[in-house]
Write a protein that binds this ligand. Sequence first.
Ligand code: MN
Ligand code: MN
Length: 429
Amino acid sequence: EYMTFLDAGKTERLCAAETVRLAEQAGYKPLVRGQALKAGDKVYVCNRGKSVLLAHIGTKPISKGAQITAAHIDSPRLDLKPNPLYEDTELAYFKTHYYGGIRKYQWVTIPMELHGVVALTDGRTVTVNIGGDDGDPKLVITDLLPHLGQEQNKKTLAEGIMGEQLNLLLGSKPVSGEGSDRVKLSVMQLLNEKYGITEDDFTSAELEAVPAVKATEIGLDRSMIGAYGHDDRVDAYPALMAEIGTKSPAYTSVCVLTDKEETGSDGVTGLNSMYTFHFLQQLCAGQGADYITACKAAKCLSADVTAAYDPTFADAFEPDNGTYAGRGVAIYKYTGSRGKSGTSDASAELVSYLTGLMDANSVVWQIGEMGKLDLGGGGTVAKYVANQDIDTIDIGVPVLSMHSPFEIVSKADVYMAYLTFKAFCEDAE
Ligand code: MN
Ligand code: MN
């Protein structure tokens, strides 16, 4: 089921739409501002088609606490530039601008598909899907052949492929007749036939190129899943399943599936926006509860992927504090770079609460850090929740080849993440 979810939601918009579909199927209704809420009510808000908030009202008042899970549904990818289409030497291309932290050399010579929307001047929004369906043609970024690679080989890995070289190959067949840019014109004609768009419409478009590979089992033992976008749908999906699977929770459960984590959580659909906290305020208002009291009593599991220890690149890791694929869901007391910069450092008391809950529910877990201290690091959405006076801790599924076009997770870890979110949503203590 998780693999089906991955294939259905390769962009934040597609993932949000699939989430809303599953939520409505489970009886969740759109939250109406000012609506009174009582135990058992199931409500959701979809923020601008890119992030989704769900809540199941508990039997205890929200002033006694809420159990919040937060994950993100955007993933590293290649967005189209505002003026993307060009022709060079009878080949047509889209220029891209990478979204999130990618190692650019990994994104060449693999099949890609394009998803997104174009907002037209007449008010309509056209949904674009090129390569997403079986039998569709795909797009690709080329690389230099080894026979002529001598100069490129001298560059560092970071410089071998540069941002301006990430151009998607679109077509090679010109329209008949005379004149320049006839391949580009041919591509534009095909887009116009299928979507009714013209070249000017690219300026009001959000088009995202993602790997055209389906989720697949990995290993002779089928113990792992390879896919694009585990980060962070591998936490979002189990959190969503726990949210919609919990029957009559004691504490109100809230599931936050946010956007824009990979670019730093800024923007109207990111967790640095107030949208999630406006939702919490409305949950409080619906029960006549005090928002500040509710925040102080709430707990949040900030669920994001962690780096799985990779023995092939052992130098990057600190083995005693690594997190390992197949050893269960990982707890990160803190994240951040170097001297814990940008972290939300969870309290010892909150770690103890979580490990106690996991132990009581036979969840296999591990605790660690991302890798060697001075190599870099990274952050999550935890700090944006914690900044609202809500106790927050990072947990997540370890991933091999994180941020690559094809990431790997252990099935057992995904299941342990689900058991953790389930125990958290069902906690009545
Ligand atoms: Mn992530
Ligand atoms: Mn990430």
